[in-house]
Design a protein around this ligand. Structure first.
Ligand SMILES: *[C@@H]1O[C@H](CO)[C@@H](O)[C@H](O)[C@H]1NC(C)=O
Ligand SMILES: *[C@@H]1O[C@H](CO)[C@@H](O)[C@H](O)[C@H]1NC(C)=O
Ligand SMILES: [Cu+2]
Length: 181
C-alpha cells in the first residue's frame, strides 16, 4: 500500500489532475479576433460577427487592422450610438490591440477615422460574469472508464456549480489514484 512505487503513482496522477484542471480552465478563456480573418475594417458587419457568440470575463478581444486606416476607441454607449467619440478617449493604434474583458457588462468600440463608424465599423459586446456550467463538458475519460466510487450524483449539490469543472477534474484525479493503489 505505502510502497514507493504507489507513492510515485500518486504523484504522477496528482500531476495529471493538476494538468487537467489547467487544460479545462485554459479551454474556458477564449481569444476572439474581431472580424475573424478579415479583422477590423470597413466591409465587415460586426453586429453579424457578434451574433451567436457569448463573451465571458477572462475572454480577450484582439483588434487587427492596418494602422494607416483604422484605430480603436473605447467609447460610451451614447458615443457608440452617435458615432461621435469624445476627443479625450485614448485611441488604440497598434494594429494588434488586445483587450482583456475583465469586467462583466457592455463594452462599446468604434473606429475613429472619419465616417468609418457610420459605415458600420463599430462593435458592442455584452460580457457575462461567469463561464457556463460544465455539464456539456465531462472530464476526459469519464465516459470511457467511469470511476467506481465517485459519481457526480453522489456529490453534494453545493459543490457542483461554478467550480464544477475544477471539482470534477479533482474527482477524476482522485478516482484515478484509487484505481492504481
Ligand atoms: C473603457 O472606458 C471606460 C470608461 O473610461 C473604462 O471604465 C473601461 O475600463 C474601459 N474599457 C476598456 C476595455 O478599456
Ligand atoms: C448588419 O446586419 C444587420 C442584420 O444582421 C443589419 O440590421 C444592419 O443594418 C447591418 N449593418 C450594416 C452597417 O450594414
Ligand atoms: Cu476604420
Amino acid at each position: 500500500m505505502a510502497s514507493s512505487s504507489s507513492k510515485k503513482h500518486v504523484i504522477i496522477l496528482f500531476s495529471m489532475a493538476i494538468a487537467t484542471i489547467a487544460m479545462l480552465n485554459g479551454a474556458l478563456a477564449k481569444e476572439y479576433t474581431v472580424g475573424d480573418d478579415k479583422g477590423w475594417r470597413l466591409d465587415v458587419n460586426y453586429t453579424d460577427w457578434v451574433h451567436g457568440k457569448e463573451f465571458f470575463v477572462g475572454d480577450t478581444l484582439v483588434f487587427k487592422y492596418n494602422t494607416q486606416f483604422h484605430n480603436v476607441i473605447n467609447v460610451t454607449e451614447a458615443e457608440y450610438q452617435a458615432c461621435n467619440p469624445s476627443q479625450n478617449e485614448p485611441r488604440l493604434t497598434t494594429g494588434n490591440d488586445v483587450i482583456k474583458l475583465v469586467n462583466p457588462g457592455n463594452y462599446w468600440f468604434l473606429c475613429g477615422f472619419p465616417s468609418h463608424c457610420t459605415q458600420g465599423q463599430k462593435l458592442t459586446v455584452l460580457v457575462q460574469a461567469q463561464a457556463p456550467a460544465p455539464e456539456a463538458m465531462p472530464p476526459p475519460g469519464a465516459t470511457a472508464t467511469p470511476p467506481p466510487e465517485a459519481s457526480m450524483a453522489k456529490l453534494p449539490a453545493t459543490l457542483i456549480g461554478s467550480s464544477g469543472i475544477t471539482f470534477s477534474a479533482v474527482v477524476f484525479g482522485i478516482a484515478a489514484i484509487g484505481l492504481f493503489l
